[in-house]
Design a protein around this ligand. Sequence first.
Ligand SMILES: NC(=O)c1ccc[n+]([C@@H]2O[C@H](COP(=O)([O-])OP(=O)(O)OC[C@H]3O[C@@H](n4cnc5c(N)ncnc54)[C@H](OP(=O)(O)O)[C@@H]3O)[C@@H](O)[C@H]2O)c1
Length: 321
Amino acid sequence: MTDKPGRRCFVAGHRGLLGSAVVRALAANGYPDPIVRTRDELDLLDQRGVQRFFREEKPDVVFVAAARVGGINANNTYRWDFLFQNLVIETNILGSALETGVGRVVFFGSSCIYPRVAPQPIKEEYLLTGELEPTNEPYAIAKIAGLKLVEAATSQFGREWVSLMPTNLYGPNDNFDLQTSHVLPALIRKFHEAKEARANGQPATVNVWGTGMAQREFLHVDDAASAALMMMESGVTGLYNVGYGSDVSIKELADTIARVVGYDGPVEWDRSKPDGTPRKLMDSSLIRSRGWSPKITLEDGIRSTYEWYLSTQNEPARMAS
Ligand SMILES: NC(=O)c1ccc[n+]([C@@H]2O[C@H](COP(=O)([O-])OP(=O)(O)OC[C@H]3O[C@@H](n4cnc5c(N)ncnc54)[C@H](OP(=O)(O)O)[C@@H]3O)[C@@H](O)[C@H]2O)c1
């Protein structure tokens, strides 16, 4: 290791929601440009390619933010792909990182690694204490294998590798495709499009799945990236939840998004659609005890994400005051 770790950081998945936030955090904290590769330049499913890349580039820090990700439908339909591709991406990256002496790795998973029914808020120690949610079990098993590899690299080889499990993330580079997006970006888009339609004299209603009663936790991706940087720099090992610390109902989320977007038309709750798990809140006291805390409130985060979304639409931001 160099004295200050991270002079040669490799961010795997740098074009994704989380990977791009890690790249921004490195730049904001004075790190040299990280090593990055697009999928065309380096397919992380290609073991030999990944080995060659590590031997040539010799990164000293790796952030594993590349994964095959998707919503419930994709997870449940492409069960082989989610298990196989995530296992292969992880073993390729972590195997090459071990072989080439990478001292620090930050590996990202998600809250779906925890049992389907767990006391709330969810603590790290609940891992492997109950059955997983069947719809995303392949993804969860791959991520559990990844964090166990990270744990074993520490116990067997003394590496300062750490696993972070963020809650639901949102922010710039989020996915706004209504077929595959998560609830927060989907609602930003729906409220925005309904506002535009009404401004053009067309009737519009925002349709939201479920009753609005389900409680969810949301963290701005820049806060997750700041956690990743802090944990990498301190060289701690283990498994840490990374959450905002409180949750909101989907109804509260929709109200906040409507306010930020400036939509004052009707909202229809489609009660024929499932709410999903009533509540999913992470206990992030462990990482907080190490000095990290989120800085971006939900409303501020939604506001800046909406600005980013508008900037991708090639139109001037028209925010509600
Ligand atoms: N989003 C959330 O709410 C959330 C919450 C908790 C945890 N996480 C975790 O954060 C990590 C990243 O998630 P994300 O939301 O940032 O996903 P994302 O936006 O879909 O980004 C994933 C990245 O991985 C890259 N990738 C996938 N397969 C690849 C391959 N075979 N070769 C090269 N690159 C490949 C993708 O490249 P392309 O750009 O070419 O597709 C993309 O840049 C995941 O482990 C996820 O579990 C996310």
